[in-house]
Ligand binder design. Sequence first.
Ligand code: 2P0
Length: 325
Amino acid sequence: MQATAKANTNIALIKYWGKRDDTLFLPMNSSLSITLDGFYTITTVEFCKELAKDAFFLNNRPASEREFNKVSQFLNHIRNLAGIHLPAVVTSENKVPTAAGFASSASGFAALAAAAAKAANLELSKKELSILARQGSGSACRSIYGGYVEWQKGIESDGSDSFANQLLPEEDWNISILSVLVASEEKKVSSREGMKRTVDTSPFYDGWLHTVQKDFETAKEAIKSKDFEKLGKVVEANSLKMHATMLGAEPPILYWQSGTMEIMHHIQKLRLSGILAYFTIDAGANVKVLCLPSDEQSVYESLLTLPAVQSVITCHPGSGVTYLS
Ligand code: 2P0
């Protein structure tokens, strides 16, 4: 009872920010992402009666107690679904540079869900796999699919209608995503805590809820018609709006560093010079820049001239979850 799966990470274009159910990981709003090539997690799961309890190795080392508990809890979902009571050994290799500001939870739980389900002989559809991955980390439900992906928030209290769908395969529209590293220190507020505090205390969260569905629809239209300018505008505005909700939280959450601001202004200046480039920022200080492949080299070079920029890594749309033998 062993299987290995690989999942790429994803970057949200319309952000998931806030849960309506913390246990089932049900979001307050629908979100939309691009699954990236290059940054991934490979996970092997083996259910094994010789083990006394679960074991989790991350990048060739025993995982921390916090990471172990998350993984072991997640395996309980699989065991319940499959009707098995065996412990498992989980081995993960993370090729997601957390220092580059990418969260590894999306690729991590997508790979774990796929490998564990297969090892337990569960025959799950992609929809079922997406629902399963969501219960490890919300954004993981989007990494089941490649390319441009939506996560419909759903309305059911059991989460049965809250899963991801592919909008456009990765090969249908190539764009460039540059990940710009400005600050490598660990952030002080996790995404999980940040979204909870925002929902509970920010007076601006209502404004987010009133407008995010429209942003989501606009981004979907832009992807359907491959209208890069339309997509970039709504992506940048949606990211700033998410951060505005956090600034209103109590106590306020400010993820930006001075370098974050420097890049935002730089990208807006690039647009004045005729280059279509747009930024998006997750729950951290680093910035992702979207541009057309024809502008990739000049945007890359211009970013490297900024004193605050430590490194830039370029990605493109990548594939969904795959199984390795
Ligand atoms: C996203 N983020 O849509 C948003 C934008 C960060 C900012 O999903 O609590 O690790 O595990 O469901 O998925 C990061 O939060 O949170 C995230 P949990 P997750 O990508």
